[in-house]
Write a protein that binds this ligand. Structure first.
Ligand SMILES: [Zn+2]
Length: 212
């Protein structure tokens, strides 16, 4: 990756190739994450999962499956707080504790950090970079966690996708703990993007393909 750890938030990557990165936040769990993994596997797609440390600790087998199936694991904090309300020391703790549990369970060392709610200030930028992470946002927000319908989720992608897009969905949580619409939308999102000649890469692959 030649994108330096320069404390910027990367919401999308400037490129002409039609590549996108699917990202799934807030897992792992033992329900929706498994269904997403099945759909990705059936389509031969590698994605990026931004996992919450305490969920990784609770579902270690699912975290290992994510890594074994070739997906990238990013750090999404230990317990999903609003980092803007935390001291610098506590922010660093959220990041390093999560790196440690991911490494201990799966052997993967996260090089990506996504702040809960996308809430970022100077401390978050500095702490993410100084602990060795690119700070990742998104350019397509499906708002799937809000209980959007399957059609609304698909339409958000159709409307907002561009070459180099980072698409945000969730693999756990959701309104009332329900992500059924995410699961129903995913195969249709994949087939729409394939029909429009997009290919699927992980976030690190997208970063390394950035045109300067
Ligand atoms: Zn989240």
């Amino acid at each position: 990756m030649d994108s330096a750890l320069d404390e910027r938030v990367i919401n999308h990557v400037t490129m002409t190739k039609k590549q996108v990165a699917l990202t799934f936040d807030d897992g792992p769990d033992d329900k929706y994450t498994l269904k997403i993994l099945d759909i990705l596997k059936a389509n031969g797609i590698k994605a990026t999962f931004f996992v919450v440390g305490e969920h990784a600790a609770k579902y270690p087998a699912v975290l290992r499956r994510i890594v074994q199936e070739g997906h990238v694991v990013g750090n999404h904090s230990w317990d999903h707080p609003d980092l803007l309300k935390l001291s610098n020391e506590l922010i660093r703790n959220e990041i390093t504790k999560t790196d440690d549990v991911i490494r201990n369970i799966s052997g993967a060392s996260p090089t990506l950090f996504r702040a809960p709610y996308g809430a970022v200030n100077n401390d978050v930028r500095i702490d993410a970079a100084s602990t060795g992470h690119h700070l990742i946002g998104w350019s397509v927000d499906t708002l799937d966690w809000k209980g959007k319908s399957t059609a609304e989720i698909i339409n958000a992608v159709k409307k907002e996708v561009t070459p180099g897009a980072i698409i945000l969905q969730h693999s756990a949580g959701g309104k009332g703990g329900n992500l059924t619409n995410t699961i129903q939308a995913l195969p249709q999102i994949i087939s729409y993007l394939k029909q429009n000649n997009y290919s699927f890469v992980t976030v690190p692959e997208l970063l390394s393909a950035e045109t300067h």
